[in-house]
Design a binder for this molecule. Structure first.
Ligand code: UT7
Length: 331
């Protein structure tokens, strides 16, 4: 069976940069609080006319150009998002249409911050079994329009940003390289600790003025609980990836963790026993872009020359659900 390799990566974020001081103009917060608690300085928010699909399309076109491929050479789209442009259909078909395609499958993955690794696991299985050869894996989010931009939502709103990151994946015959393993976890007992309640068909009617008045359409989070579980379960998922591949922290060239909070990343680094140069962070500039955070960080790390052929790359994520995941890749 062939392994799955990353053929190209790319990302696209909206031009509009929102600073912590900008947020302090619209809610009771401060640059000092946001920086100290999360490490975030700026994030990107969409402007009129931009959508999740438009960000994903821009990122996909950049990746296709890097790979020297035409959209028609793609066999499948795996689109990971928890902020779809519409209730249905999923965003994969909108991206497919924007790319001028009409004859390949598109699947949407709804696994929030772990979405990209869940999507990678799906794509990897299809590529290894030969079902699809060239898979466009997308993580894209537009959080800003769904956030409570008042003081009521400040604990959540200051953390999130918009953006899209993609990878084009395909088979490699080199037995030494490619995706070595993926490890997926979920525990629905914590589903309401970070969630968007409505619109939702558990409600009748599924959307109402009352639901909106109560702010049920905004993401809400028990921040301390999420923080606690993230800092325990992300290191556990990294340990699973190390153990499955019989490698040690010293063998890791780079860990690209989901960018939710700099303090969480630092705790993961410490728990796993990695040096600063083994962990990539860019949360200061993008905030938490959920399914897009890993592919954005991975593309930036590659552009900075942080990974070379043969290096061991680890990915790890944790988020709403709770879901969490890790992956090991021989670059
Ligand atoms: O993608 C995966 C999902 N997300 C995460 O992994 C995020 C996990 N959680 C966190 O990152 C942190 O819990 C937060 C950054 C959300 C909050 O940090 P914290 O140190 O846990 O603060 P806290 O929620 O305990 O709040 C401390 C204080 C509170 O005031 P009192 O009750 O102590 O008077 C909050 O009301 O900070 C207040 N506060 C704020 N103050 C200024 C909450 N949000 C803000 C804000 N600006 N934006």
């Amino acid at each position: 069976m062939p392994r799955t390799e990353f053929i190209a990566t790319a990302f696209h974020v909206p031009e509009r940069v929102v600073t912590n001081d900008d947020l302090a103009q619209i809610m009771d917060t401060s640059d000092e609080w946001i920086t100290q608690r999360s490490g975030i300085k700026t994030r990107h928010w969409v402007s009129d006319g931009e959508t999740g699909a438009s960000l994903a399309t821009a990122a996909a076109r950049k990746a296709l150009a890097k790979a020297g491929m035409r959209p028609a050479e793609l066999d499948c789209i795996v689109y990971c998002t928890c902020t779809p442009d519409h209730f249905e259909p999923g965003n994969g078909v909108f991206l497919e249409r924007e790319l001028g395609l009409s004859d390949i499958p598109a699947i949407d993955v709804r696994n929030q911050c772990s979405g990209f690794i869940y999507g990678l696991s799906v794509a990897d299985a299809w590529i290894r079994t030969g079902q699809y050869r060239r898979v466009l894996l997308v993580g894209a989010e537009v959080h800003s329009r769904g956030l409570d931009r008042t003081t009521r939502g400040r604990d959540t709103t200051v953390l999130f940003g918009d953006g899209a990151g993609v990878a084009i994946l395909g088979p490699t015959d080199d037995p030494e390289r490619g995706v070595l393993s993926t490890h997926l976890f979920a525990d629905g007992r914590h589903a309401e600790k970070l969630w968007v309640d409505a619109p939702g068909l558990a409600h009748d009617p599924f959307i109402s003025e009352q639901l909106i008045r109560e702010g049920k359409h905004h993401a809400v989070m028990e921040g301390r609980e999420v923080f606690k579980y993230a800092s325990i379960l992300m290191p556990q998922s990294v340990a699973a990836a190390l153990e499955a591949n019989h490698v040690t922290p010293g063998d890791v060239k780079l860990l690209v963790p989901h960018q939710a909070n700099l303090r969480i990343i630092e705790m993961v680094q410490k728990a796993v026993g990695l040096r600063d140069d083994q962990v990539y962070t860019n949360i200061d500039r993008y905030g938490n872009t959920t399914a897009a955070s890993i592919p954005i960080a991975l593309d930036e790390a590659l552009c900075e020359g942080r990974l070379a052929r043969g290096d061991l790359l680890l990915l790890t994520a944790f988020g709403s659900g709770f879901t969490w995941a890790s992956a090991a890749v021989r670059w």
